[in-house]
Design a protein around this ligand. Sequence first.
Ligand code: 1CP
Length: 357
Amino acid sequence: MSSNAAPLAEVTAADPRTDRYLRAALSLPVDVTPVWFMRQAGRSLPEFRAIREHASLVEITRDPALCAEVTLQPVRRLGVDAAILFADITTPFSGLGVDFEIRPSVGPVIERPIASQADVERLRPFEPREAVGPLLEAIRLIRAESPVPLIGFAGAPFTLACYLIDGGPSREFPKTRLFMHEQPAAWDSLMERLVDATVAYLSAQVVAGAQAVQVFDSWVGGLGPFDYRRSVMPWMRRLWEGIGRLGVPTTHFGVGTAGLLRLQAQAGGDVIGLDWRIALDEGRALVGDRPVQGNLDPALLLGPWEVVEATTRWILNLAAGRPGHVFNLGHGVLPETDADVLRRLVDLVHTHRFKGA
Ligand code: 1CP
């Protein structure tokens, strides 16, 4: 831990939630398993939808007080053990000179997708203060108010490239995968720029007060191990060399990554994310017994509570009461999820006791 971060020294004992998440991320013993949810802000919370009626996502990220409020809503309502900064993985794009919009019920859409080396060269170097000043101010406000640690985040270079090259949401990202092979030099210069921008972005978040960071490589599970090793992993190593120096716990997340977990762990990250397609103990073994985060199927929360409870207890028993598990969903909260079910799930995780094998 570097002196500028000191997350454990800063937390107080006033609220038992204060340091569970950070301790688990560092494989230290905890009183109960910490829990938070990817995409916990927004969508399923009525108080978020009320704000969203008069402010767009981009407007919220440019208004520090509103951004802090939206970030803290799930902490208050759900009792989770960490807050995640309210922003999108595409938020830094404007600082790179990329025009985009976030379309309701669609997601990010890029005005002029990247198709060539010349397009890559038009990207501007990322200057955090200029690009995301209000977001950094929001981090300071959140830190002053939050009873739980704040997680900063960024998209991983591959997942960002999926939007920059394919131009919008897709599950297969065919243009990105072709670009990688047809224009390898342009791919490498795009990756280099995105790594540098992401290190600068996450460093600025930590300097502003983020106590942990998570890198979302949401769509990397679409690649086979050969492509990952050749075209993505060297850049992820470089990314982790940069953010490993920040002195805060880091989480490496992806979806559909059962076949890549070993390589992802080699690339870096203190905590490795597991989706729901692999048993927690098997995933943990694949990542060399490193701390893991996950791994409940988000779709289960739309169904009978008995199934949510049984699966959650199964996951917690596979974690076996050993340090180094952060409970989460295997991917983001689905928009139709009932906030009361999320609250009930937090209570279940906090009250579950591992009874031994
Ligand atoms: O708790 C939170 O919701 C925190 C804020 C947050 C985060 C962490 C948002 C707000 N987006 C993200 C990350 C994000 N965005 C990821 C990584 C996590 C994941 O895999 O889910 C990805 C892939 C995106 C891209 C994105 N932005 C999508 C998915 C599109 C696709 O390809 O399927 C969507 C729908 C958005 C828009 C968006 N981002 C966030 C919100 C609340 C919304 C909804 C739109 C709105 O309210 O205007």
